[in-house]
Design a protein around this ligand. Structure first.
Ligand SMILES: [Zn+2]
Length: 80
């Protein structure tokens, strides 16, 4: 575990994760499913302004949502 706490998975293109949405993502929804992931793991869903709320609710009702951060703060996958 990092001294700085949970580190979100690195993300690829900043495109909204909502189905059929190709809008630019402005938010990163950090989530963890305790049945699948270690406690300090943070999976990332990207969301545009329109989908931040519905995606947050989807994760929230399942008790998976841990944090919402600006997409610009997320670590990016290195693309050669
Ligand atoms: Zn969207």
């Amino acid at each position: 575990m990092s001294l700085l706490g949970p580190t979100p998975d690195a993300v690829d293109d900043l495109i909204c994760s909502a189905r059929a949405c190709r809008a630019a993502a402005t938010w990163g929804l950090l989530w963890n499913n305790p049945k699948l992931h270690t406690p300090d793991r943070r999976k990332v869903w990207l969301a545009c302004d329109d989908h931040r709320e519905p995606l947050s609710q989807f994760l929230g009702v399942r008790d998976f949502l841990r944090d919402v951060v600006p997409a610009s703060t997320l670590e990016r996958v290195d693309v050669p």
